[in-house]
Structure formats: C-alpha cells, structure tokens
Write a new protein. Structure first.
Lengths: 370, 729
C-alpha cells in the first residue's frame, strides 16, 4: 500500500514543490550485542538546514545517519521525519535518499539508468523516469554523459551522479555519508561548495557525515559533534569554534592550546582570569573561582620580539615557514604553545626570547566542563 | 494486508479444497475429476477422513485479518494460523500411515489398525507451503527482519526445505539404526551391529584374515589424502613458480575429472591393467610378466582415486600459492636467507592451511567415493560399497546399512569439523587490494626437480588413461581386438527413421533422456536455492544464522551413499512418499549440490559492496526488487558456476542415485555401471565419452545463456573462473 501512495505522489504534477522536512531523534540508542554504538542521542534538524554529524571514526556518526535512512533500526527511542514517526519503517518506505561514501553506483547500469532507478522501481513509466533523471542530470551539470558507464567517469563526476540519483525522488531528507573522502584535496573544496549551493537552491534538509572538521565548518548550518556514541556539543560553526563546551570539542574543532588559568573574580558575565602573570577579561561561561582550563586558538596568541619586563616571556623553539603563515613552537612558563602568525614577512629565528600576549575579543575561551 | 499475503491465503484454501490432497496410486490412471475437488482434503474429510477437518481451523484463522483489516493484531493471527496449520498437517501425516496408526500408543488407545492414508499429494504440498509463507508474512508483520516479508519468506522456505530434505532423512537413518527389523527401539541391537567384527576387526595385523571395513576405509582415505596432497602441491608449484612450457595443459587436466563420471577412471584402469588389459598384454608378450588380478583391490582403488582427486588438491594449492604475497619472500631474501631456506621457512609454512585443506579434502573425497570401489575394489571392502550391498544385496538389512552409514557419516563430519575449526575460512585469503609489485621467488633447484619428477610422470599417466577412454570407445574390444568401429555408439545411440518419425532405438537413449531431464531440472533449482541462501547469509542478519549456515552446508558433508540410503528410508512411506519418481532424484541433486551454489554465491557477494543494496533500498526498492535488479545481474559468475556444477554433478553422480533410480527413471551413470558389471566395457566407455561431450556442450551453452557480467570496466576484470570455485566444497 505504501508503494501505491508513493507512486501517486510521484505522478502528482506539483510533486516538486514538496516541503523539506525536519528530522528528530528522541533518546535514540543503538546496540550491537554488548556494544553501544549510539547512546541515548536526541537532536532536531530543522527543515531546509544542512547539519553535519562530526566526530572521529567509531563515534557513532555513521550509525546515526544510517538510522535516519532506515538501514539500521534503533534499539530504543523514536525517530521522526517531518513529524511522522518512522522508527519502525524500512528504508524503502522512508522518504529519504542517501549518497554513499563509495557512491554505490550500480556498475551494470549506465549513468541514466542509475539516476532513473528510483522512479523506475517505484513504477513510474520508463519514459517519465528518464525525463526526471535527465532533469536532475541537467541540474548537476552532467548532461551529455548519461550514456556512459559509471566506471568511465572521473571520481568527481561519479560523485555528482550519486547526488543526482539521490535527488531524483525529491526526498524530504538527503543524507551524505562522507561524500568527499574519495576525492583529491582541490576537488573536495569545489564539490563541497557545490553541495552547499545545491542544498540552498533546492531548500533541502541535509544530514552530512564527516570526520573532517574543516569541511564541517565550511558547509554546515549546524554541527553535531559526536564522541564515544554520545553528542559532545551542538551548535553553529562559530559557536563550536569560539565557545567549545568541553575539552574534546576544543581539541577536535581546529587546533587549540589547552592552558591552565585561575579565575580571580567574577563580575556579571565576565571573569577576571590570570594566566601566568597576565590578566584577561573573558565570559565566565559558568566557571567558578579557582583553577580553570582555557582553549587558546593558535592565531589568538601574539608574539613580540621586543621583550617587556613583567609580562609573560617564552622562547621560540621551532619555526616553520608555510607561505601564508608562520608556525611556531614556543616554550613558556604556562607550557608549550603552538602559535600561528599570518602575513608576517620574516620568521622569528628559533632561540629568540619573545613576550606573549592573548587576543581579547576572540580565540580564547574558558572551557566549562574541564 | 498486502496482496501477496492475500494471495498465499487463497492458495492455502485452493490446496485444501480443490487440489487432490493425496498422491495417486501409480497403477490407477486418474480421471480429470480426481484432479479437482473430488480428491481434495475437504471432500476426503467429509467422507470419513475426519483427521483432515481440523486443518480448517487455521485456514479460517488466516481469514480473520482479511475480513477485519482494521484489526491491529494482523501479524499474530497470521503467525498463529501458520503454526497451527503446519503442526496439524505434520501431526496427522505422521500419526496415520498406510497401515493405520504408526505409534503403539495410538494403537493402544484407539484400537488396531486404525484409519489409513496414502502419501501427500499436490494439495497437501500447496497448503503446507502456503501456510508456511503466511506464517512468515505474519512474522514480518510483527517486525522480524526489519519487517521484510520477502526476507522472512525466503528464510522460512529454505529452512523448511532443509528440514524436509536434509534433517528428516538423516534423523530417519539415525532412528532406523537404533531399531530392530520390526521397527521397535532396540539399542542393544545397535551396539551389536556397531561393534561387529566385520567393521572394526584388526585381523589383518596378526593373521592373513581381512581387517574391518572401517579400518579399510580409513587406511585408504589416509593413503589417498597423502598422495593427492603431494601430487597436487607438485603440480601447483610447477604451474605457478616455474617456467614450465605446458602449464596450460595442467589447467585443462585439472578440469577433466570434474566432467568425468567417477567410475570412468576405474574403468580405464581395468582396460589398461586388467587381466586382458592393454598394458598387461604388452608386459606378458614382451617381458613374460604373468597376467594377474592385482588391480582389483587396494592398489586399483588407490590409483583410481589418486587420478580422480589430485586435480582437486591442485586447485586448492593454486589459490593458496598465488595468495602468498611475494613481498614476504623478498623480505626473507633481503634478510639474506638462501632460496631453499626461504622456501622452507617462509613459503611452506604460509601454505599450511592449504596443505591441511587439501589433505582433508582428499580424505573426505576418498571416503565418499562410490564408483571406483564398486568397479575396482574386489575383496577390499570399503564403507560406501558395503552400505550399498547391505541395502540391495542378498542381506536386505536396512538396519546394518544405517549403522554403516552412521560410521561413514561420523568420519566425514569429523574431517569437516577439523577443517572448520582448524582452518576456518583461510582458504579464501586471496591477493589483497593493495598493489603488490613483488616477483615470486623461483623454486629452489631441489624442490623444482622433485616437483618435476613426481608431476610429469603422473601427468603422462593421466593422459594415457584418458587416451584409453577415447580409444576404447572406438575399437571393438580393448586388449583383444583393436579394429576401429562405431559399433558401441550404434548400440547405445541408434536412431532409426520409421514411417511414424524418428525412433530412438539405441539402448542408452532412455537413461540418457532421463539424465538430461533430471539434470536440466535440478540445475536451475540448485542455483536458485543456493544463491538465495548465500544472499540471506551475507546480506541479512537474523537469529539462528549460524545454525542456518550449518544446515545448508551439512548436506555436502554427507556421503552420497548415506544420502541414498536415508532418502530410501525416509521417503518410501507416507506422509512423503516420493521414491520411484523423478522428483526425488531432482531433490536429491538439489540438496547435494546446493552448498556449492552457496559457497560461490557467498564468495561473489562478498566482493560486491553492500552499499549497492542499501542504495537501492533507500531509493525505495524492496528487497525482492533489489535482488532482481541489482544483486542478480552482478551475481552472473556465481550463477554460471552453480549452474555448471549442479548440471555436471547431476550427470555424473552415482553414489546417491544408484539407490533411487527406477526402470522409468534410470540414470546414465547407473546404466553404465550396469554395463560394466555385465562386462560390456566398450559400450560403457562409449557412453561415458558421449556424456563428457554433452557436458562440455552444456557448459558452453550455460555460459552463453547467462552471459557475462557487464561492469563497464575498461580492462578485463580478474574474475575467478567458475571452475576454481567449484572444487572447494
């Protein structure tokens, strides 16, 4: 019966005006025997947003994605797509498409047959299915290659065929499982911009799995950082970078120097923090008086060869010149620091004593749960 | 309620109310009315077969979700209906036999002899199958296997078939081993039969008497296992690690035994070394060596089995030797090990799984072999032939056959168990996806020489044996009269033109047509069930998967003779009375050859990325559609392999078939064995040659029909040849 209704919705003339749907997880747990792959996870993806599931391998992000698709069934909890409970629906019955890490293009079909596969198996006549497929191939910029076999395309082109195939049914939710991992570095940047543009133009709800934090920061409306089967933090890219909720997120998103400081006093939203003789005004973020850990981004630490007495003084141990930036290892009383300086002509030679200061507006934050 | 479920419920009613419930007496010719309605269970039930009427209850229960679709517990009704229905059918089938009650308790309770009924027919089969599928649909509705009715039904169907055609016969044979001749439970008789001196006696060690048949079988098995392992290794080393010029020929020779009926080699040996054999004659005329019967007995069987099973060891070793990464040997050499040291300390230990595997395979094949001992063993008795003579010989002792079968079964299962626990799946380690640019080490001088000296004489001998087969078919009488003739072919395959058309008057045509028919029917069935099972095992997760896998592979471990005996014991009486039909031959082949389909299916499926199936699922295709449109087209090599294998095995098998053939369904192999026993060697050889030719044609035809897998790759893919997959059971 489900088959009947979806065929019906496909042949409806206004089908392409389908609304993007939200995705909601309510206390979802997935166990394999004794192993808990996803532990009591709840989140909501708003309609029309691109949300990234980010985390190291084995953190449960792919399992989460596959549970949205219906390829894995939740052991506990509820999954809703567009306010409809789909927890027990099989993948074939959910209005969700997925772009696989390996693209999963059917090797025995041509590009056109691949893209038309979805409508064909739903019972759409072949001619209409091919028309729908051609339309999507046009959007994706692959018109003219539809007769080829997938193996006769480049990696980037195969990727786009996989996207076209996922788009052809105009799903409520589109899923990407590490879609860029098989592409070379230059192509990666371009394809991720293409995906973002497509998502915004077609107003799609997209869930996107990656382990590359730079990729996540670049494309997402929201990022869900996962660690050890749980959600470590949810937020916009800016929030995650500037206000990491815990040590894991601080360390995982971008580079961070974790340094120890001391909250001297709290006044309103700001705290007075002492770091190795320096005084900083920072948002207290729920920290109380006493020792705290802080995350300092490498570009929020400034070095000055003109050493002033009384400040924080360290010694440059190692210097790497990388063109756009210079990276330093600095030995200091508050520990070894990793520092990046942009737009500097001459690198500071190793062994030079430098005075150290911190940026005050951004790049340094107290970590609440540490 | 899906349309499929509704359809199966309707079919269950059709089977009960319309089709004939019982099979027909073969003597009476049925009228058309017997086919419909009047022979149905409903009518039988009204006319006194009251035990059929309770089945109406589950059939009615299945209708509940149809009539009240809004009712929430659709799944529960279907499950209950299926379970109850199957239970009732099985219960009445086993409780009431041809001669009344089958159990003493029932006889005591309701008096002798009680009602009687014949074996089940189309109606019972259809109703049972439909109830089974209804049950599976109910389980799917309750959320089993992600709610996929296709998957639950497939699992249900395969499990039911395995229970009926593997576990039921095997348990029957166990039961009859523990029973006396009148069918009562008699463990003491089992012990007496089991401990019999003719089985375990050790007289040959101390005196001139013969040893027990179990020791004979074990001894022969070990000898053959050693021999085939050594020869197979020598061939494999030559084929992979030397510049030997005729490597291609070795490959061809490795395929030959697969398409050779098993006793043909024994036959050729008789023609060479028998009392009037070609070589015996030469030896007598030139050197005065007296003619003797030495070939009949252990030496003859040993040589025949070596010839037959060495290629299997060769195929195992080819895979293993090629799988050894040359970089390991290069690493050893850069650490300054000489080539001999490298071979001895690196290459050979890496082959250990292959050695053990080839050894066990040789052992098991020797134990299960029936054709060669039948033709050649003489006074050297082995279990497989002894079982045969216990059933068909003067003794007619089924209990004894059952006991011998259990011993043989224990040996082979023990060997398979060892293979499984020691080696696991190591045989399948192949070259990894990583580029491995190393060059294999050339063989050390002495190993190469040793290989040449064992392999080349042996290869020459094999060629001679096959030459005899071909020559023997075209001369009047090997050893006596070498006049070329087509006489044998004419006797066997004469076709006469008469006024009413062509008349196949040759003596072999009947068995030939029967064989081709049975082989052609069983091959697609075998492939279908085998590949479906492979799909379930690799792509689905469900409870009891391990025992499911064990059940599918079990039938392969059972020697053919045991299968034959167990089928006779199980299917000669109601409720499933199918001996003497072509159907039992087909089912016998399906379940004996299915594991090869499973293995090659698993091997191919594990090379196909699982995300292809998943992509199809997320695009809204159901499992059945995915199977048809994505999995099957990619499975073509495995389809070819299992079709070819099951067709060829159905044409060449002797052991199980010899118990099951009838005058109507005589198989080519049993016909040939009969000719051998009658001393008509020329005819037998000619027929065998014709069979080999037909099989070659069939293999080519299957290749053409199924076609190549279209992957659109620019370079030819290194797909494993179907033959290489077959040899590893």
């Amino acid at each position: 019966m489900n088959k009947m209704s979806s065929v019906h919705s496909l042949s409806r003339p206004g089908a392409s005006k389908k609304q993007a749907a939200s995705v909601e997880f309510r206390n979802v747990t997935k166990r394999y025997g004794n192993v808990t792959a996803v532990d009591n996870v709840s989140f909501t993806i708003a309609p029309g947003q691109l949300v990234t599931l980010l985390g190291p391998s084995g953190c449960g992000k792919t399992t989460t994605l596959r549970m949205i698709a219906g390829l894995e069934m939740a052991s506990e909890g509820q999954i809703l797509i567009g306010d409809r409970d789909v927890t027990n629906l099989s993948a074939a019955d959910r209005d969700v498409s997925m772009v696989f890490q390996s693209y999963a293009l059917f090797p025995h079909m041509s590009v056109l047959e691949n893209v038309a596969y979805g409508p064909t198996v739903q019972g759409v006549p072949k001619k209409d299915a091919y028309a729908m497929a051609m339309e999507k191939l046009d959007i994706i910029g692959l018109k003219g290659l539809e007769k080829r076999a997938p193996s006769e395309l480049s990696g980037g082109q195969q990727q786009r065929v996989a996207v076209a195939r996922a788009l052809v049914l105009e799903p409520q939710v589109l899923l990407f499982d590490e879609p860029l991992s098989n592409l070379d570095a230059k192509l990666r940047r371009r394809v991720r911009e293409d995906i973002r543009e497509l998502q915004q133009n077609l107003n799609l709800t997209v869930a996107y799995v990656t382990h590359d934090q730079e990729e996540a920061l670049a494309v997402s409306d929201h990022i869900i950082v996962m660690s050890n089967a749980r959600i470590a933090q949810t937020g916009t890219p800016h929030e995650l970078y500037e206000e990491p909720a815990n040590l894991f997120v601080a360390d995982f998103i971008g580079d961070a120097n974790i340094i120890t400081g001391d909250v001297a006093s709290i006044a309103g939203p700001t705290a007075q923090v002492k770091i190795g003789g320096l005084n900083l005004q920072l948002p207290h973020r729920g920290a109380s008086q006493g020792p705290v850990k802080l995350a300092a981004r490498p570009d929020a630490i400034f070095l000055d060869e003109a050493v002033q007495a009384g400040g924080l003084v360290g010694t440059v141990r190692k210097t790497s010149y990388l063109g756009t930036q210079v990276e330093y290892d600095v030995e200091s009383p508050i520990g070894n620091l990793f520092v990046v300086q942009y737009g500097r002509k001459d690198a500071i030679a190793p062994g030079t004593p430098v005075s150290i200061s911190f940026a005050t507006q951004r790049g340094v934050a107290i970590i609440p749960d540490a | 309620m899906s349309r499929a479920t509704l359809g199966w419920i309707v079919l269950s009613w059709v089977g009960f109310a319309l089709l004939p419930w019982y099979g027909f007496e073969r003597s009476a010719s049925p009228t058309i009315a017997d086919y419909f309605v009047s022979g149905s269970a409903l009518v039988h039930g009204m006319r006194g077969a009251w035990w059929l009427l309770p089945i109406l209850v589950p059939l009615g229960m299945a209708l509940v979700p149809v009539l009240r679709p809004s009712h929430g517990q659709k799944g529960n009704w279907l499950v209950a209906s299926g379970l109850l229905g199957l239970a009732l059918i099985v219960l009445q089938g086993f409780a009431i036999g041809l001669n009344g009650w089958t159990l003493d308790i029932l006889r005591g309770l309701f008096g002798e002899p009680g009602p009687s009924q014949a074996g089940m027919g189309y109606g019972a089969a259809l109703t049972s199958a439909a109830l089974l599928i209804v049950l599976c649909h109910g389980l799917a509705a309750r959320g089993w296997c992600r709610g996929d009715a296709f998957i639950t039904s497939s699992i249900g169907a395969v499990v039911a078939l395995i229970i009926v055609f593997v576990f039921f016969p095997v348990s029957t044979i166990l039961a009859s081993a523990f029973a006396d001749n009148s069918g009562n439970f008699a463990p003491s008789e089992f012990i007496a039969k089991f401990m019999d001196r003719s089985i375990w006696g050790l007289d040959c060690l101390t005196s001139n008497l013969r040893c027990g048949v179990a020791w004979n079988t074990l001894f022969l098995g070990l000898l053959v296992a050693f021999g085939t392992t050594a020869l197979g290794l020598a061939f494999a080393l030559i084929a992979t690690r030397t510049e030997f010029r005729y490597k291609k020929l070795l490959r061809v020779m490795s395929v030959l035994p697969i398409i050779t009926p098993p006793f043909v080699i024994g036959l050729a040996l008789i023609l060479l070394f028998g009392r009037s054999g070609a070589l015996s004659n030469l030896l007598w005329e030139w050197f005065g060596v007296p003619r003797s019967r030495w070939i009949y007995g252990l030496p003859g069987v040993f040589i025949a089995q070596l010839l037959a099973f060495t290629p299997i060891a060769f195929l195992v070793f080819i895979g293993v030797v090629q799988g050894i990464s040359p970089t390991l040997e290069e690493a050893s050499q850069t650490l300054r090990a000489k080539s001999w040291t490298t071979f001895w300390t690196v290459t050979l230990p890496l082959m250990r799984p292959g050695l053990a595997n080839a050894f066990l395979l040789g052992f098991v094949e020797s134990l299960a072999d029936f054709g060669n001992p039948l033709v050649l063993a003489g006074n050297y008795e082995v279990l497989s032939t002894k079982i045969f003579f216990a059933v068909v010989g003067a003794q007619q002792d089924q209990g004894r056959a059952a006991v011998l079968s259990i011993i043989l079964l224990a040996f082979t299962l023990g060997a398979f168990w060892m293979q499984h626990t020691w080696l696991g799946k190591k045989v399948y380690t192949t070259v990894t996806g990583k580029g491995d640019a190393g060059i294999p080490l050339p063989l050390p001088q002495r190993v190469a020489l040793a290989s040449y000296f064992t392999a080349i004489p042996w290869a020459v001998f094999t060629l001679a044996v096959y030459a005899i087969i071909v020559v023997g078919a075209f001369v009047r009488s090997m050893g006596r009269d070498y006049t070329p003739t087509f006489e044998h072919f004419l006797t066997a395959f004469r076709v006469e033109r008469t006024e009413w058309g062509l008349h196949f008057s040759g003596s072999a045509w009947d068995s030939f047509f029967a064989t081709v028919k049975v082989a052609a029917l069983s091959a697609p069935l075998t492939a279908a069930i085998g590949l479906l099972t492979a799909y379930l095992l690799t792509r689905q997760r469900f409870a009891g998967q391990r025992s499911f896998e064990f059940g599918t592979l079990l039938s392969f471990a059972i020697p053919g003779t045991v299968v034959g005996v167990s089928y006779i014991l199980a299917f000669n009486v109601p409720p499933i009375e199918i001996t003497g039909t072509g159907f039992i031959l087909v089912m016998c082949f399906v379940f004996r050859n299915m594991p090869v389909g499973v293995r090659s299916g698993i091997a191919t499926l594990s090379q196909i990325d699982k995300s292809l199936d998943e992509a199809s699922l997320t695009l809204g295709a159901r499992s059945s559609t995915t199977m048809r449109r994505v999995v099957l087209p990619l499975l073509r090599p495995a389809i070819v392999a299992s079709l070819v294998y099951s067709f060829v095995r159905a044409m060449t098998a002797v052991s199980a078939v010899i118990f099951l053939v009838t005058a109507e369904y005589n198989m080519a192999t049993t016909y040939i064995v009969g000719r051998v026993e009658a001393g008509e060697f020329g005819l037998a050889i000619a027929y065998s040659t014709a069979l080999i030719l037909v099989m070659l044609l069939a293999i080519v035809a299957i290749q053409l029909m199924v076609g190549e897998r279209r992957l659109g790759r620019r370079s030819a893919s290194a797909a494993p040849s179907p033959v290489a997959v077959q040899a590893v059971p």
